[in-house]
Design a protein around this ligand. Structure first.
Ligand code: URA
Length: 424
């Protein structure tokens, strides 16, 4: 077989076989296929698309290109979740402890934030003492003793995806639905869980701007996961505005802890609960999730996770955000909050130093924004609508950008539910 012919077939919009796709991915992994050939093939895929079979073969080959996690000793109890990336999205810190409190096994391999979206590892490491670099032995021992762990990738998981993602990033081929589906699902398959829920975000602060593309991506990922023998379902959720009132690494952990301590009247809980219900997929799921929060069992599981990964025993009794400076942001007019632009809010957090623009940038874990208002709230002139936490005095000026992200209008807007669709 020659890679030239594989590229030529795809350019002419012919369906690639399982063998052709495996040949490409093996060549990417062992370095025998040149980057310029993969780049040409990626562009042909981005233009001509892929059938479901092709997407599945690509996902499967990438999942098998490196190490895979073996969770078979836990049978069908294993669960995992994935979010396509949003702003103020700390649902993992609710879903994972709730699931563990209900007897499930949650082996979560997460990533770091890049660009405007936050990363679960950065948020966890914002907590004093917590480490997310667990050896394979420690990761497995923690699953056996506590039933939950959140860590960076152990070993070499999906090396072919790493190489192809870097090529897509510089060849304008990131935004191809089959390529995104194969990239996300290959990592989920390699991570080993039997039950998987996907949170596909759509809106201003998301990868997918419109609901139609989010739905297409979600449906394709669900079909690919099922073809691989996993129980997969998905939610499509709103990311026009931040999911929680807390945006920034340590602040987002505080937002999740507030929910685990019983605050359930918020969008963050609404989405986390819907994700848990999809994972449980049984009668009485909603009551079980509410019960795990109300009894304190989920909070106890989160504490167990943090302490196992290095935090002190009283970690949840102390403030998690330890920013040196804060400034209140006051509304300059009266009216109703018509919207809070997730992308603008995320950019402020990035500019404060809470995110990275390059892979190796250092972040400031305690900067961020706490919103005091939600869409639909009535505000008076001079009401404090947000608090901005910062570390460098020159960043005080960014408070103006926070205010600019909060749109005030004379009309009361319609309140939207955060869960826009369910694919089961
Ligand atoms: N996240 C991934 O892991 N892969 C993509 O292609 C896009 C988002």
């Amino acid at each position: 077989m020659r890679i030239y012919d594989v590229i030529d077939d795809k350019r002419r919009n012919r369906e690639l076989s399982k063998e052709q796709i495996a040949f490409w991915i093996n060549g990417v992994t062992d370095g025998s296929i040149a980057d310029y050939q993969s780049a040409a093939l990626l562009m042909a895929i981005a233009i001509n698309g892929m059938t479901d079979d092709e997407t599945f073969y690509l996902t499967d080959a990438m999942a098998k290109s490196g190490d895979t996690v073996d969770l078979s000793r836990f049978g069908d109890r294993t669960v995992d979740k994935h979010s396509t990336g949003g702003v103020g999205d700390s649902t993992s810190f609710i879903v994972i402890p709730v699931m563990a409190a209900l007897g499930k096994i949650c082996a979560k391999m997460s990533g770091r934030g890049l660009g405007h979206t936050g990363g679960t590892l950065d948020k966890l490491e914002a907590i004093d003492g917590v480490s997310t670099s667990l050896s394979e032995e420690r990761f497995n021992a923690q699953l056996d003793s506590a039933g939950l762990a959140i860590a960076g990738q152990t070993g070499q998981v999906c090396p072919a995806d790493k190489i192809l993602y870097a090529l897509r990033d510089v060849t304008a081929t990131v935004e191809s639905i089959p390529l995104i589906a194969a990239s996300v699902m290959s990592k989920k398959l390699a991570a080993g869980a039997k039950n998987i829920v996907l949170d596909v975000k759509c809106g201003k602060g998301a990868f997918m701007r419109d609901k139609e593309s989010a739905k297409k991506l979600a449906e394709l990922m669900v079909r690919v996961g099922r073809k691989a023998g996993r129980n997969v379902s998905a939610l499509i959720t709103d990311m026009d505005e931040p999911l929680s009132d807390y945006i920034g690494n340590s602040l987002e952990v505080e937002g999740a802890v507030e929910v685990l301590k019983g605050r359930t009247d918020c969008r963050l809980y609404e989405v986390a609960k819907a994700l848990c219900i999809r994972l449980l997929d049984c009668e009485g799921a909603e009551q079980a999730v509410d019960g795990a929060i109300a009894s304190g069992a989920a909070l106890g599981k989160f504490r167990q996770l943090l302490v196992s990964q290095g935090a002190s025993a009283d970690v949840l009794e102390k403030p998690i955000c330890r920013s040196a400076c804060k400034i209140e942001v006051f509304s300059d007019k009266a009216g109703y909050v018509a919207g809070i632009d997730a992308m603008k809010i995320a950019r402020v957090v990035l500019d404060l130093g809470g995110g990275r623009t390059k892979k190796d940038d250092k972040i400031l874990p305690h900067v961020g924004i706490k919103l005091n208002v939600r869409r639909g709230d009535k505000v008076n002139e001079d009401d404090c609508v947000a608090i901005m936490y910062f570390e460098k005095y020159e960043d005080v000026a960014l408070a103006r950008e926070v205010l600019a992200a909060i749109e005030i209008s004379d009309e009361k807007p319609q309140i939207r539910k955060p869960v826009l669709g369910i694919i089961k």
